[in-house]
Design a protein. Structure first.
Lengths: 411, 163
C-alpha cells in the first residue's frame, strides 16, 4: 500500500510557500514535557524544516516509577495494586493480564461467573478508556465540544466501577483466583441503565465528530504506517488494526471465555489517523455488545472465587471451630501463598493493544520477576516512523491516534 | 472494513521447535516445554541467523516480536543474566520463546534491529535496567532513567529504595 498524499488546506499551502529567509535552516524544537497534546509527560525533540518534521526523537521516562521493581517486593496477591497504576485508564485490563499469568503458573481454573465478571468489567473499562481517547483526540485537533460529551459519559462508567470496587480508576478488583467480592446487588441494573443509554450517546458522538469535514481533513492520509511496517514495529491493538491487520488477541488466543462471546473485530486498511479513529469508534460498539451478553449471563448467582485452598479464605464459622482452619486463615492472610517454580508469558488485548506479562516464579511468596510488555511503549516507539516527513500540526493528531498513556509507557 | 482471512480461534499455541533443533543444533543448548510454552535456550553465537530463520521460514514466520524481557538471576549466579525474546506469528497464530544467557563480565548480545524494528526500544530498556548492551544497536542510550544515572535498577543487587 502506498502512503497517501497529505491533504493540506490551500490556505496552509500558501503560508508554507511564502519566501522565508530561514526556510533552508533546520530548527530543533522541544515539544513537551508540559505540552497539553502529549497526554502526560512526553517530550519530543523535533528537527524542523519550516513546518515539516525532519526527525522526531521521543524522550520518555518522566513518569518512571519503577513498577517492575516494586512488583518484586510485593506478595503475589498484592501486585494487583500496582498493575492497575501503570495504564491508569485501562486498569482492569492490566489486572486481568497479571492474574491470568499467575493463575496459569498455579494451574488454577476460575469459575464461569468470575470469567464473565472479568469480561464485563474489562469491556466497560475499554469503553471508558476509549472515551478519554475520543475526547482528548478530538480536542487536540480542535473540536472542543466532544471532550465534554465524552467525559460526561465516562463519569457514568466510572460510577459503575466505584459501585463494584469502591475505586473509580485503580479498581484492583480482580485478584488471583477470582474477584475480590461479589457484585453488589443493584450493579446489574445500574449497568443495564448505562448500556441502554450508550448507543444513543455513541451515535451523537459520531454525528458530532465523524462527519466533521475539518476533522476528516486533519486525519485522512496523516501519519500513515503500512501493514508491513506496523507488524515490523510490533504495533498492536487499534493501532495495528487501523493498518489492515486483522489481529485481536481476544479472537486469536481467547482468554477468560472470550471465545463464547459474539463480537466482531473492526479492521480498516488505510493505516492513517482516520482509520485508527474509525477502529476505536467501532470497538466501543463491539464492547457494548459484549457487555450486554455478559450482563445476561451474570443474572444467575454463583461463586466469585476459585475453590483452590491456597486462594480462598476459609469460611468464617469453620474458622471459629477448628484451630487448623484458623492457622490456615492466618497464614494465608499474613504470609500469602507460594507459586510453583516456572515462567509464563500471558498476553491479553488491552484498550491499547497487547499487554503481556512475563512472570517468573522461584517458588517463593513474591514474584521473582514480572516483566510487562506495555502496548503504549511499543506503539510510541514507532511514532518517528509515522510523523517524519509530515507537518508539525500532524504530530499532535498522530500522538492522539496511537492513544498512549504515559503511565503505561514509563511504568 | 478490509477483507481479511479469519484467524482460527485457539488458546495460546506454541510452535513446534523440532525444525530449529535440526537446523541449528550447534547454536541451541536445549528446548524445554512447560505449561504449554516452548522455550528455546540459544547460545549467543549465531543468534541473529537463528532469529532471521525463525522470521523467514514459511512454516514458522515469526514476523512479530512481542517482547524482550530481561532477567537477573542474582549476583552470585553464572551466567547472571537472561534475555527472553517472546516471538509471535500473526500468520500462523503461534508463539515461541527464545532465551539467551549472558555472563556479567561479558554482558553483550547482538542487536535484533536488523530483524525486527521494534527491538530498538526494547533493547534500550534492557540496557538501561540491567546493563546488558547490544552490539550494533543504532542508538543505545538510556531510555527510562536519566542519561547521567548510575546503576541499573532492575538488577537484584540494586536496593529497592535506591542508593
Amino acid at each position: 500500500m502506498q502512503a497517501k498524499e497529505i491533504v493540506v488546506p490551500t490556505s496552509a499551502i500558501s503560508m508554507l510557500r511564502k519566501p522565508d529567509p530561514l526556510s533552508d535552516t533546520q530548527m530543533t524544537v522541544s515539544m513537551g514535557p508540559q505540552h497539553p497534546s502529549t497526554h502526560g509527560v512526553l517530550r519530543l525533540e523535533l528537527v524542523l524544516d519550516g513546518e515539516t518534521v525532519i526527525r522526531a526523537i521521543p524522550d520518555i521516562g518522566y513518569l518512571h516509577t519503577g513498577i517492575e521493581k516494586t512488583m518484586e517486593k510485593e506478595k503475589w496477591q498484592q501486585v494487583v495494586t500496582v498493575t492497575c497504576r501503570m495504564d491508569y485508564l485501562n486498569s482492569s485490563g492490566n489486572d486481568l493480564g497479571y492474574v491470568l499469568a499467575v493463575e496459569k503458573l498455579m494451574g488454577v481454573e476460575v469459575p464461569k461467573r468470575v470469567q464473565d465478571i472479568r469480561v464485563l468489567l474489562t469491556e466497560l473499562n475499554r469503553i471508558t478508556s476509549h472515551l478519554v481517547w475520543f475526547g482528548t483526540h478530538a480536542m487536540d485537533i480542535g473540536a472542543m465540544t466532544a471532550f465534554f460529551y465524552a467525559f460526561t459519559q465516562r463519569e457514568k462508567g466510572l460510577d459503575l466501577f466505584e459501585c463494584v470496587s469502591g475505586a473509580r480508576l485503580h479498581q484492583s478488583y480482580f485478584v488471583v483466583g477470582g474477584v475480590r467480592w461479589d457484585l453488589p446487588p443493584n450493579f446489574l441494573d445500574l449497568m443495564t441503565e448505562f448500556l441502554d443509554g450508550f448507543p444513543a450517546f455513541l451515535d451523537e458522538c459520531k454525528r458530532l465528530v465523524t462527519g466533521n469535514k475539518i476533522f476528516q481533513r486533519r486525519t485522512k492520509g496523516v501519519g500513515v504506517i503500512t501493514k508491513e511496517a506496523a507488524i515490523d514495529w510490533a504495533l498492536s491493538g487499534p493501532t495495528v488494526r487501523g493498518s489492515g491487520v486483522n489481529w485481536d488477541i481476544r479472537k486469536s488466543e481467547p482468554y477468560s471465555g472470550y471465545d463464547t462471546y459474539d463480537f466482531n473485530v473492526p479492521v480498516y486498511s488505510d493505516g492513517d489517523v482516520w482509520s485508527r479513529y474509525l477502529v476505536r469508534m467501532d470497538e466501543m460498539e463491539e464492547s457494548w455488545k459484549i457487555c450486554k451478553q455478559a450482563v445476561e449471563r451474570l443474572r444467575e448467582p454463583g461463586p466469585f472465587m476459585s475453590d483452590h485452598p491456597k486462594l480462598k479464605l476459609p469460611e468464617r464459622d469453620l474458622m471459629k471451630q477448628h484451630i487448623d482452619v484458623m492457622i490456615h486463615h492466618f497464614l494465608l492472610a499474613s504470609e500469602g501463598f507460594t507459586v510453583p517454580v516456572g515462567e509464563v508469558y500471558q498476553s491479553i488485548e488491552s484498550a491499547r493493544g497487547e499487554i503481556g506479562f512475563y512472570v517468573v516464579s522461584d517458588g517463593g511468596e513474591r514474584p521473582y520477576r514480572v516483566r510487562v510488555r506495555a502496548p503504549s511503549y511499543v506503539n510510541l516507539s514507532a511514532l518517528p516512523a509515522m510523523v517524519e516527513g509530515s507537518l508539525i500540526a500532524d504530530v499532535v493528531a498522530v500522538i492522539g491516534s496511537i492513544d498512549i498513556v504515559l503511565g503505561d509507557v514509563d511504568r | 472494513m478490509a477483507d481479511e482471512t479469519e484467524i482460527k480461534s485457539s488458546t495460546p499455541r506454541y510452535a513446534d521447535a523440532s525444525l530449529v533443533q535440526a537446523r541449528f543444533a550447534g547454536n541451541i543448548e536445549e528446548i524445554t516445554e512447560a505449561l504449554g510454552e516452548v522455550t528455546v535456550v540459544a547460545k549467543r553465537e549465531g543468534l541473529v541467523e537463528l532469529m532471521t530463520f525463525l522470521r523467514d521460514e514459511p512454516s514458522l514466520r515469526f514476523n512479530y516480536l512481542s517482547d524482550i524481557g530481561g532477567l537477573d538471576l542474582g549476583e552470585f549466579a553464572t551466567p547472571r543474566f537472561a534475555v527472553a525474546y517472546q516471538l509471535y506469528s500473526i500468520e500462523h497464530n503461534h508463539r515461541l520463546r527464545v532465551k539467551v544467557f549472558v555472563e556479567e563480565d561479558d554482558a553483550v548480545l547482538p542487536t535484533m534491529w536488523g530483524v525486527w524494528k521494534t527491538s530498538n526500544w526494547l533493547e534500550r530498556e534492557i540496557f538501561d535496567m540491567f546493563g546488558v548492551s547490544f552490539d550494533g544497536h543504532p542508538d543505545l542510550r538510556r531510555i527510562l532513567m536519566p542519561a547521567d544515572y548510575e546503576g541499573h535498577p532492575l538488577r537484584k543487587d540494586f536496593p529497592i529504595k535506591g542508593y
